[in-house]
Design a protein around this ligand. Structure first.
Ligand code: C5P
Length: 243
């Protein structure tokens, strides 16, 4: 039986890591939150960490066209994460970041800076540290292939690009923006292509991952599939008897 909604639990006998990778708009974020809530795990939102890094670099005057970032610049950036129930809070220089990291320009900048190997390298420790203390659902682009290659279970969530752009468009409308669908679609294509073609940690499904296509699935049915996959593979109770 999968243990349930009791808030985030400290890892016992080593943490359990579930990775969820996939392109923008596939439903990773919604599904990671739901899954983490069901299991009492912490969500590691690696996209938020890349977005915080982008804000810091933009604030330091670094151009998104940069082909290299000096170590001293990266060393000065202090990003910290903390759990809040099963969700992740993120701090830049001890100031909590909230809606500002969700702006479109921050996502686009994050995707440009994320192509630089030194940026990715500088963010590895913070991501792995979280898994030292907590059982986690790690969400991003390279969780299964690079950051947590030994994860307990690896999921790759995808959906048709048209459907993903439609979801993103609806999200922006709900937020009070007035986007053009064609612009949302072309920016999503550009971001996919950057994430998939970069040399370091490209977005690609890990060979040992299970692919879930959410084009025609509700979040609830996708969650059911994920829980079933996890339950089929493992009995969490034996890991959490002391929690
Ligand atoms: O997932 P989210 O849209 O918040 O991520 C912002 C950008 O950060 C992505 O477009 C991607 O380029 C980058 N990213 C990454 N590796 C991760 C998470 C995010 O390259 N693990």
């Amino acid at each position: 039986m999968i243990s349930s909604k009791t808030g985030v639990k400290m890892a016992q006998q080593g943490s359990i890591v579930i990775t969820i990778d996939g392109p923008a708009g596939a439903g990773k974020s919604t599904l990671s939150k739901k899954l983490a809530h069901e299991l009492g795990f912490l969500v590691l939102d690696s996209g938020a960490i890349y977005r915080a890094m982008a804000l810091a670099l933009l604030g330091a005057g670094v151009s998104t066209d940069s082909v290299g970032i000096p170590k001293e610049t990266l060393d000065k950036i202090s990003i910290r994460v903390e759990p809040c129930e099963t969700l992740m809070r993120i701090f830049l220089d001890d100031v909590e970041l909230k809606d500002e990291i969700r702006e479109e320009y921050v996502g686009l900048a994050a995707s440009r800076f994320a192509a630089l190997p030194e940026v990715r390298e500088s963010l590895l420790a913070i991501q792995r540290d979280v898994a030292r203390s907590w059982n986690i659902v790690a969400e991003g682009r390279d969780m299964g292939n690079v950051v947590f290659p030994n994860a307990f279970i690896k999921l790759f969530i995808t959906a048709d690009i048209g459907e993903r752009a439609k979801r993103r468009y609806t999200e922006l409308m709900m937020r009070g923006d007035n986007p053009y669908y064609s612009v949302v679609l072309s920016e999503m294509r550009a971001r996919d292509s950057r994430d998939e073609s970069r040399k370091t940690a490209p977005l690609v499904a890990a060979t040992d991952s299970t692919i879930i296509d959410t084009t025609h699935l509700t979040p609830e049915s996708a969650l059911k599939i994920m829980l079933q996959l996890i339950e089929d593979k493992y009995d969490f109770d034996q890991y959490q008897t002391n929690s």
